[in-house]
Write a new protein. Sequence first.
Length: 263
Amino acid sequence: MEAKKQENKNVVDIKMALGVILRTVLVSLMCLMVYFGVWVILESISTHEIGYRVYELDANSNPVVVEEVYTEDEDPASTTAPTTAPTGDTTETTQYQYTEKIRSEMPGGIVALREILCQVIMLLLLTAFPYSMLWLQGDKDRNRVNFGRMQPDPWRGVRVGLMAAVPYMVVYLLLLASKLSLFMDSFIHLARFIMTPFLPLYNLVAGPQAVAATADVPWWGIAVLIIPVAALPAICGMAYHLGYKQYSIWEHLTYAKQDKKKS
């Protein structure tokens, strides 16, 4: 009977871990939208248009820069020669053209603000989605322990988080293999988008323009990237523990606000 209960408990844990994984997939999509949304907003606020670039499709339908015009430069309204030579037979080049605005560089302080703000929002999203599920499980387990239906299991949340973090562990192992040149050299650039909730952290360690291959990432950076692997066990463990203690952060904050209003 006891073995059957343990088996059922393990099945529930696996189901919870799968639920956490599905939630992290949803969170990853939301994080992408948050990141590019914040990027667009801050770019529109902190930069301005300084010119435009004209593209033309060549015979192979590849876009080729045929003209760059800068309205703000040492030489105002200067026009540069094509930066990319057309490929193929230019007499057969499609005449369809389109323009792209050239904007000034985003100030370093705004870039730092973007990365910090996005990482905070992403961590909140990553925490919020599995939190309620693990909190409720902790609350249920407390009642079961009180009624003698199960033994206390304070590490249950961490265990579920570790199972849910298996995909992140695989990515990290592949990252190590890439660092040692045993796997795809540029895996760091793929990993940063697989680990979308930690995209700003990956940008800090390996900026897109600063690193061409994983081998270029310093070992301290590889060590820092263990943080995303530890995040889910920490989040699930915390949520389960607070549920077991029947401590609601939301209710605590609500009551604190009410007390301040009364005083």
